[in-house]
Design a protein around this ligand. Sequence first.
Ligand SMILES: *[C@@H]1O[C@H](CO)[C@@H](O)[C@H](O)[C@H]1NC(C)=O
Ligand SMILES: CC(=O)N[C@H]1CO[C@H](CO)[C@@H](O)[C@@H]1O
Length: 186
Amino acid sequence: MKKFSSGALLFAVLFLVTHFSEARLQVCKPSGKIIGKKPPPGQCNQENQSDCCKQGKSYTTYKCSPSVSGSTNAVLTINSFENGGDGGAPSECDNKYHSDNTPVVALSTGWYNGGSRCLNNITMTANGRSVTAMVVDECDSTMGCDDDHDYQPPCDNNIVDASKAVWKALGVSGNVGELDITWSDA
Ligand SMILES: *[C@@H]1O[C@H](CO)[C@@H](O)[C@H](O)[C@H]1NC(C)=O
Ligand SMILES: CC(=O)N[C@H]1CO[C@H](CO)[C@@H](O)[C@@H]1O
């Protein structure tokens, strides 16, 4: 009467569900932790919501980011890529500073992908608006809380750290600190 036992059917369903969710998720696992050191006096420029490491606090590090699709979820943060801004050193891709009025971004380590997206453009969407900006730097997910990173914590693995021009184009003031967006390679 029945062609398949319910056991076999259940097995088949479980197999398919596990198989497809594994392929789809491609989980990016933490690579380690660093313990925060207190910034020396005068270090950690707190201009525009920059976070400073806290003594003894544990920060998770990542060498990977969530996989990129045609519409990748990310968290937008604000950064100044200007000389003397909270970004610190010149941008890694071109060894230059960039005006707050130019749409440029830094990507979390996994998405920065060793510089493979350097000087390429990405399109970000939020609020029903879109803006295209050039990738000029890495938002380091592997290190932080040291002199090189102005005593700021490591970046999360899903960050697009953007100049004021990007926020303006999306119709949002950077004062909100963080904004959920999607992005894709332009
Ligand atoms: C990215 O956009 C800028 C500004 O529009 C442009 O000058 C540059 O050539 C673009 N980069 C690539 C790789 O297309
Ligand atoms: C990137 C950015 O928004 N920088 C701003 C940080 O705050 C100072 C002072 O309020 C502004 O002058 C910068 O433009």
